[in-house]
Write a protein that binds this ligand. Structure first.
Ligand code: SF4
Ligand code: SF4
Length: 333
C-alpha cells in the first residue's frame, strides 16, 4: 500500500506485532458502514436495497467506536450508504482519530463542501471520493447529471482547506484501457489528489444492473492493457505492487477476507462487505466462528468474479511482508 510514511511505519509495526504475538488472523482495515441510506441510487450499488426502516437507521457513535476498538484494526474505511448523511459522522471520525486510527471517509461528495467545516485536517484522516470516470462516464455511473462537477469542486475545496484527498474508482464492462488511463491521468495530474484506489466492480446479487460486471479474465485483460508500458508507475495508486500485479493477472492469490472485515448496523458481516452469510456481535466471534476455507474463487460460486481489494489486497500485503524483494519493491513504490 503506497501510503504516507507515518501510515506505512505504523502498519509495519502492527504487522510485526501480530507476527510476534503469533496471531494468524487480524484486521488490516475495517469497513465501517454506519448507515445504508444514500443520496444517490447507482445501478451497480449493493447497499441501498434495504427496506425503508433499515435505510432510516443510523449507528450510534459509541457502537461504532466500540466495534473498532474491539477489532484492534489500525485503519478504518467509513462507507455506507453515504456517510455524510449520518448527522454524527464527524463525531465518529473524530473519536477514531483521537484513538490514532487512520480514517478514510468514503463519500460521493455531494454534501462534502457543506459539511467540510465539521472536520479538521489530520495526517490520520483522508477523504476517499467516489469518481468512476470522467464527466459523462461518472454521471452515467451514478445516474445523475452534475455529480462529477460537484465531486471535482469538493476535491478542490478539501485540498485547499488542507485535507488529504484520495479517490475511489470502480471499473465496469463499459470501461476500456483508454478510459482507465484518462480518469487516472486526470485525478493524478490535473486534480493532483494524494492517492487513488481502483477496483473492478463486484457483481452484487441485488444490484439492479447485472449486465456490466467484469469477469476475471476481462478484468485482467483490461488492467494489463491499461497498465501497459509501465503506465501504472506514473500514478499515485494506493495499492501494493503485488495487488496491481494481481489485477493484471501476473500473479494469483487466495482470498483473505478476514483482513478487511465489515461492521455495519447489523454487526460483523460474514465473510466480507460484498457477501452476507449472517452477522455476529464481535470481531473475535467473526474470526472464530467463520469457516474461512469456504470462501474465495473456486470455493464459492458467488466469489467467482471477485477480484476486490477487500479479499485480495490483504493477501498481497501479507505476501509482501514475507519477501524481502517484494518489501523493497513496495518501499520504492
Ligand atoms: S454513491 Fe455509493 S452508496 Fe450511494 S448509491 Fe452509489 S454506490 Fe451506493
Ligand atoms: S472472494 Fe473473498 S472478498 Fe470476494 S466476495 Fe468472496 S469472500 Fe468476499
Amino acid at each position: 500500500m503506497a501510503i504516507t510514511t507515518r501510515q506505512s511505519m505504523r502498519m509495519a509495526w502492527y504487522l510485526l506485532g501480530q507476527r510476534i504475538a503469533k496471531r494468524e488472523k487480524f484486521p488490516l482495515i475495517v469497513e465501517l458502514e454506519p448507515l445504508f441510506q444514500c443520496n444517490l441510487a447507482c445501478a451497480g450499488c449493493g447497499k441501498i436495497q434495504h427496506p425503508e426502516h433499515v435505510l432510516r437507521r443510523r449507528m450510534p457513535v459509541e457502537q461504532a467506536v466500540r466495534a473498532i476498538e474491539e477489532s484492534g484494526a489500525p485503519m478504518v474505511s467509513i462507507a455506507g450508504g453515504e456517510p455524510l448523511v449520518h448527522p454524527e459522522i464527524h463525531i465518529i471520525a473524530a473519536e477514531l482519530l483521537e484513538r490514532r486510527k487512520f480514517v478514510y471517509l468514503c463519500t460521493n461528495a455531494l454534501l462534502l463542501e457543506r459539511k467540510l467545516a465539521n472536520f479538521k485536517p489530520s495526517p490520520y484522516f483522508s477523504w476517499a471520493i467516489h469518481i468512476d470516470g470522467l464527466k459523462e462516464r461518472h454521471d452515467a455511473s451514478v445516474e445523475r447529471e452534475g455529480v462529477f462537477e460537484k465531486a471535482v469542486s469538493a476535491i478542490k475545496a478539501a485540498k485547499s482547506a488542507g485535507f488529504r484527498v484520495t479517490t475511489n474508482t470502480t471499473f465496469f464492462t463499459h470501461d476500456s484501457p483508454k478510459t482507465i488511463r484518462e480518469v487516472l491521468d486526470f485525478l493524478n495530474d490535473e486534480l493532483q489528489v494524494d492517492e487513488m484506489m481502483i477496483s473492478p466492480a463486484y457483481a452484487y446479487e441485488k444490484a439492479p444492473d447485472q449486465e456490466h460486471f467484469l469477469g476475471v479474465q476481462q478484468t485482467q485483460k483490461l488492467f494489463a492493457e491499461a497498465f501497459a508500458n509501465g503506465a501504472r508507475r506514473r500514478w499515485r495508486l494506493n495499492h501494493s505492487p503485488l495487488f496491481l500485479d494481481f489485477l493484471e493477472g501476473r500473479v494469483d492469490f487466495e482470498c483473505t477476507a478476514w483482513g478487511i472485515p465489515s461492521y455495519s448496523l447489523f454487526g460483523w458481516q460474514r465473510p466480507c462487505y460484498l457477501m452476507s452469510d449472517g452477522y455476529v456481535e464481535t470481531y473475535r466471534e467473526l474470526i472464530e466462528t467463520t469457516d474461512w476455507s469456504r470462501y474465495g474463487r473456486g470455493r464459492d460460486p458467488r466469489c467467482e468474479n471477485c477480484m476486490a481489494h477487500c479479499g485480495y489486497e490483504p493477501t498481497a500485503v501479507l505476501e509482501t511482508t514475507r519477501s524481502l524483494k517484494q518489501s523493497l519493491r513496495a518501499l520504492r513504490a
